[in-house]
Design a protein around this ligand. Structure first.
Ligand code: ADP
Length: 166
């Protein structure tokens, strides 16, 4: 389901972070999650060391209400011919697979790659929703997938794309 707001307040089992390959923290949703979750998240990120684009890793949720943070790395959008779509789909899918492996039932996603990484919003929303819908069709373990959209503009784009998909 879609919601509007700040992902750091989510009470799902896990929230997903739009991280970078070095897991170094940064601006945007990444910075917000580390600020709200406290230093244990970064300590675990340092131990893990990094995460290639399209992959996902998991840490504690620290002080967050969510028990876990799944850090995934979406692609930097260049011109759409550099495998961006596959990498963005993979970021969602690997995050969901990790949640399933951990036995989690609920997960919240931000709009990965749509900030600093510059992915066009319509296509990013379509890929995010389509990948999640396909995933839950093949598996009943995860009961709730929330997409937390940080602006009314992105929320409206997700709503439009969702109507086209279901
Ligand atoms: P990326 O580098 O993957 O583009 P960003 O953090 O720059 O990541 O942006 C990803 C999306 O997360 C953007 O749509 C941005 O508006 C949104 N965002 C930023 N802060 C938050 C937050 N606290 N909660 C949810 N979404 C957020």
């Amino acid at each position: 389901m879609l919601d509007y707001g700040d992902i750091t307040g989510e009470t799902t089992d896990a929230i997903v972070n739009a991280a970078n390959e070095r897991l170094a923290g940064g601006a945007g949703v990444d910075g917000a999650i580390h600020r709200a979750g406290g230093p244990t998240i970064m300590a675990q990120c340092r131990k893990i060391g990094g995460c290639p684009t399209g992959e996902a890793v998991i840490t504690t949720g620290g002080k967050l209400k969510a028990k876990y943070v799944i850090h995934t790395v979406g692609p930097i959008y260049r011109d759409g011919t550099k495998g961006e779509a596959k990498l963005l789909q993979s970021a969602y899918k690997k995050s969901l697979e990790l949640a399933r492996e951990k036995g989690l039932q609920s997960i919240s996603f931000p709009a990965i790659s749509t900030g600093i990484y510059g992915y066009p919003l319509d296509e990013a929303a379509h890929l995010a929703l389509n990948t999640c819908i396909e995933f839950v069709r093949g598996n009943t373990d995860i009961k709730l997938i929330r997409h937390i959209l940080f602006s009314s503009k992105i929320y409206d784009i997700y709503s439009t794309q969702l109507k086209m998909l279901v």
